[in-house]
Ligand binder design. Structure first.
Ligand SMILES: [Zn+2]
Length: 328
C-alpha cells in the first residue's frame, strides 16, 4: 500500500480521487489577527463557513485538496483539523516557507552563513513536519511549498531553496513552487533544482497557467515537471477562456500527463479582510472560488476537445503519481 499523509491521517494514493492540486483552506496573517482580530476575525463563523464551502466542494465530486499553506501564509493546522473533522474531504498539508524575497528575522541570524552559524533551522523544521507531525499533532506534511518570484533567487530566497532541496533529497517528498509566469521564474526554479539533484518529476511549477506562452509551458514539462494550471477564476491574470484554450492545445499535443488543475482559492483569505474588500473581490473576480472548475472549466475543456480520459489524467492520475514516492 502506498499512502500519503493527510490532515485525517494516511490515505492510499489510489483513494485520493479527484484532486485539486492548489487550494488553501485559509490564508491569514497571524501577527495582524493577534492584534486586530476583534475587527477582522470571527473564529466560529470562519470555521462554520469553511465547513460549508468544503462540504459543497466534496458534494460536487472533489475528493481531495492539496493545501500549500505554510509559514508566511498563516498555517495553523489545529484549525484545519477542526474543520476537517466535520467534512469528508482529504486535505493534504504542506511544509515550507512562503516569501517573495527576504526571510523572516526568526531565521536571519541562525543557520549556515549567518552571524551565529549552525545548522539550517528551516531543514530541521521541514523534516519535523514531514516525519513527526506539525505543531505537536500527528498530522504530517506531505509536500514542500516555496516561492521563486520576480525578484528571483536573492540571497535569502536561495537559502530557502537550499533548505527545500535538502529536505527533498532526504525525504523524497514532492515540491510545489509558486512562480511568476510573466517573468518565467519556473526556469530559475527548475535550473536550480536540476543542479541540486531534485527529481523534477516531483515538481509542480505553480501558477504556470497564468501564461499562455506554449513554448515556456512545454519547456517546463519537457524537463519532466508538471505545470500548475492552478488559478482558475483569477481572470485578472489570465481569463478563463484563455486558460482553457492553452490547456486544450497542450492536451492535443500529448501533455495531459504533466498538467494539474486548481483555483488557488481559499475559504477565506485576509488579504481581502473586511466587508468592503470582500465585496470588491467578489465583484472583480466572481468566479474565484472552489466551484468554478466543476461548474465552468470542465465543460469548457470538453467543448474545446479535451477528452474525459485527459481530464481524469489531470485531476486524478497526475496527483496520485505526484504523491507516490519514486521507486514504489
Ligand atoms: Zn496559493
Amino acid at each position: 500500500m502506498v499512502a500519503v499523509e493527510t490532515v485525517r491521517g494516511p490515505v492510499e494514493v489510489d483513494a485520493l480521487g479527484t484532486t485539486l492540486m492548489h487550494e488553501h483552506v485559509f490564508v491569514l496573517t497571524p501577527d495582524v489577527l493577534n492584534n486586530f482580530g476583534d475587527q477582522y476575525w470571527d473564529e466560529d463563523a470562519r470555521v462554520a463557513d469553511a465547513i460549508e464551502k468544503l462540504t459543497t466542494l466534496k458534494a460536487s465530486g472533489v475528493d481531495t485538496i492539496v493545501d500549500p499553506t505554510v509559514i508566511g501564509l498563516g498555517r495553523y493546522i489545529p484549525r484545519v483539523a477542526r474543520i476537517n473533522a466535520e467534512v469528508d474531504i482529504n486535505i493534504i498539508a504542506a511544509t515550507g516557507l512562503y516569501t517573495f524575497d527576504e526571510i523572516p528575522h526568526f531565521f536571519h541570524y541562525r543557520g549556515p552563513g549567518t552571524d551565529l552559524g549552525g545548522p539550517e533551522p528551516m531543514v530541521e523544521m521541514f523534516l519535523r513536519d514531514i516525519r513527526e507531525g506539525i505543531a505537536g499533532t500527528d498530522i504530517k506534511a506531505a509536500f514542500l511549498k516555496c516561492v521563486v518570484e520576480e525578484r528571483g533567487l536573492t540571497a535569502d530566497q536561495t537559502r530557502v531553496q537550499n533548505a527545500i532541496c535538502e529536505t527533498h533529497r532526504q525525504t523524497g517528498v514532492p515540491i510545489t513552487v509558486h512562480t511568476n509566469a510573466t517573468h518565467q521564474t519556473g526556469r530559475l526554479a527548475l535550473e536550480l533544482y536540476a543542479k541540486e539533484g531534485v527529481d523534477l518529476t516531483k515538481v509542480v511549477i505553480g501558477h504556470a497557467g497564468d501564461t499562455n506562452d506554449l513554448d515556456y509551458l512545454k519547456w517546463i514539462m519537457d524537463q519532466g515537471a508538471t505545470i500548475g494550471c492552478d488559478r482558475f477564476g483569477v481572470d485578472l491574470y489570465n481569463p478563463t477562456a484563455e486558460r482553457v484554450a492553452t490547456i486544450a492545445a497542450l492536451c492535443a499535443q500529448g501533455y495531459a500527463d504533466r498538467i494539474v488543475l486548481a483555483h488557488d482559492a481559499a475559504c477565506y483569505m485576509d488579504f481581502f479582510a473586511g466587508e468592503e474588500a470582500q465585496a470588491m473581490l467578489h465583484a472583480v473576480l466572481p468566479n474565484w472560488n472552489y466551484q468554478h472548475i466543476g461548474e465552468h472549466v470542465l465543460p469548457a475543456l470538453r467543448e474545446a476537445g479535451v477528452t474525459d480520459e485527459q481530464l481524469t489524467t489531470m485531476l486524478t492520475d497526475n496527483p496520485r503519481r505526484y504523491f507516490t514516492p519514486s521507486g514504489s
